[in-house]
Ligand binder design. Structure first.
Ligand code: FAD
Length: 470
């Protein structure tokens, strides 16, 4: 039986999954229909939990070196921003980096780890057989079939894998279209990013590398079920001028596009030997800039599990926990992007009052602002568990000689043994003895904590309770 894993799609999700699977010792083939990477970048933002994920494998530095750190996020482009200094993380920033560059760095990382990435190879279908799944591919030299132990559809919102596996993708169709222009501005807004919400629409302007600005927004006439025609520079100019009172001297568009609030989620993230991750599993309005982030975090959850199963070290039903853990995260993603869409299109006087009220709450109620920031940043994701720490993502605990994230670089479970007299080693885990230097009462009350390869807490032994690892 083959132990190869086939990934359809070399977007951010597929590339990170490929690297994770290689780290777990699996053979990986990534099939990507495009011969060249898309030069247009949908995503610009990388959030704190994603930077933590990268740091847990020691590959965050190239992105941190190139990205522009922004110490805040936003909810529905409300005037008062979410202060990321409130977050308990080593990376309290939104990192602005073009998706094309993020993908390039992720692809380098996956290739360095030995992933076989084939461009110009389009997945056309699949059939399941005892012990394997056969994937049909349209490649540069014609059609072929490749056998795999498992196939992961990371092939975006129109996923061929999802359709071939017969997994439903219910949700709501588009009722709002946003517009986007990457343009040169001869008279740009004075400092950093700019936003404005009026009865004529909502506009966000963000500087991009290479002298461009991204202008993105919605106007009242974009609330419609039918897709408008191609966006032109003249239309963009008219919409921006209606909202901002000027066009910022826009010219030379590098990309003009539209996007919608169609929101859908796969009913199952797993069917037999087929799994889904990233946009193939969930689609939504790009509000708050989170889709790429959630895709990478899907891949982080799935990678070590799939690796353990193909190595024969875990039963196949471990893969069911991928659906159980990540489907609720996808559902929450749809919920908060839909809520933001309602606010971003609240053009009426009453709607603008609602925006103003919520913005004031963000400014004046730190606990409210922190809750929103934790959701946006990905730090609040918690999987099931009895103890308050179980299922949470462990922060980067500091020890004298190392940190938790450094201990996670190998992609193996980490047993933190805080006792003065350490217990025996746990099979398969990296064991670290010693108390963290951090002043954290919840962690100080533990004897041991077992951390999963994806950085979430698997189990803990409170001080004085019988050791689960003996
Ligand atoms: C306007 C806009 C702005 C956004 N801004 C942000 C942001 O700031 N931050 C953020 O986190 N997210 C943002 N997003 C969302 C983000 O771009 C996506 O969530 C992200 O690209 C999903 O990655 P993915 O790898 O799952 O899917 P994709 O990026 O869609 O990649 C799928 C890949 O699969 C390939 N493929 C498709 N079908 C096949 C096939 N049959 N065979 C082989 N290959 C196939 C495609 O060519 C593609 O390369 C934005 C989206 C939009 C539209």
């Amino acid at each position: 039986m083959t132990k190869n894993i086939v990934i359809a799609g070399a977007g951010p999700t597929g590339l990170w999954l490929a690297a994770e699977l290689r780290l777990a010792g699996a053979e990986v083939t990534v099939l990507e229909q495009r011969t060249e990477r898309d030069p247009h970048s949908k995503a610009l933002t990388i959030h704190p939990r994603t930077i933590e994920v990268l740091a847990s494998r020691g590959v965050e530095q190239p992105l941190l070196a190139e990205g522009i750190p922004i110490p805040q996020g936003h909810f529905a482009v409300l005037d008062d921003r979410l202060d990321f200094a409130l977050l308990d993380t080593d990376f309290p920033i939104t990192l602005a980096l073009l998706q094309a560059r993020t993908e390039e760095l992720l692809e380098d990382h996956a290739r360095d780890r030995g992933a076989d990435i084939r461009r110009g190879h389009r997945v056309t279908g699949l059939t399941e057989h005892p012990g394997e799944v056969r994937v049909t591919v349209d490649g540069p030299d014609g059609g072929y079939t490749i056998a795999a132990a498992y196939v992961v559809g990371c092939d975006g919102t129109r996923s061929t894998v999802r359709a071939a596996a017969g997994i439903d993708f219910p949700g709501t169709s588009a009722s709002v279209y946003g517009w986007l222009g990457d343009v040169v501005l001869t008279d740009p807004p004075s400092a950093g990013s700019y936003s404005r919400a009026t009865a004529d629409g909502l506009l966000l302007a963000v500087p991009l590398p290479g002298g461009l600005h991204r202008l993105v927004g919605h106007s009242p006439d974009d609330i419609r079920a039918d897709r408008p025609g191609e966006l032109t520079l003249d239309e963009l100019r008219a919409k921006v001028t209606a909202i901002a009172g000027r066009d910022f001297g826009m010219h030379s568009p590098a990309w003009l596009s539209r996007f919608s609030n169609a929101s859908r989620q796969a009913t199952r993230y797993r069917r037999g030997r087929v799994l889904l991750a990233g946009d193939a599993a969930h689609m939504h309005m790009p509000a708050g800039g989170v889709g790429l982030n959630v895709g990478l975090q899907d891949a982080m959850n799935l990678g070590w599990k799939l690796g353990a199963v193909v190595r024969g070290e875990a039963p196949d039903d471990l893969l069911d926990t991928y659906h159980d853990e990540r489907h609720p995260v996808g559902a929450e993603l749809l919920e908060h992007t839909q809520a933001q869409t309602a606010l971003m299109t609240a053009f009426s006087p009453d709607g603008r009052r609602l925006r103003s009220l919520l913005s004031t709450l963000i400014a004046e109620q730190p606990a409210f602002a922190k809750t929103l920031a934790e959701r946006l940043s990905g730090l609040s994701v918690r999987y099931a568990g009895a103890h308050p720490l179980t299922g949470t993502r462990a922060p980067n605990l500091k020890f004298g000689d190392t940190t938790l994230f450094r201990l996670l670089h190998a992609g193996r479970p980490v047993l933190l043994d805080f006792r003065d007299e350490p217990g025996p080693a746990a099979p398969g885990a990296i064991v670290h003895h010693g108390r963290p230097l951090d002043d954290r009462p919840d962690w100080a009350a533990l004897d041991t904590a077992l951390i999963r390869p994806d950085g979430h807490v698997a189990e803990v032994t409170p001080s004085g309770e019988p050791d689960q690892h003996r």
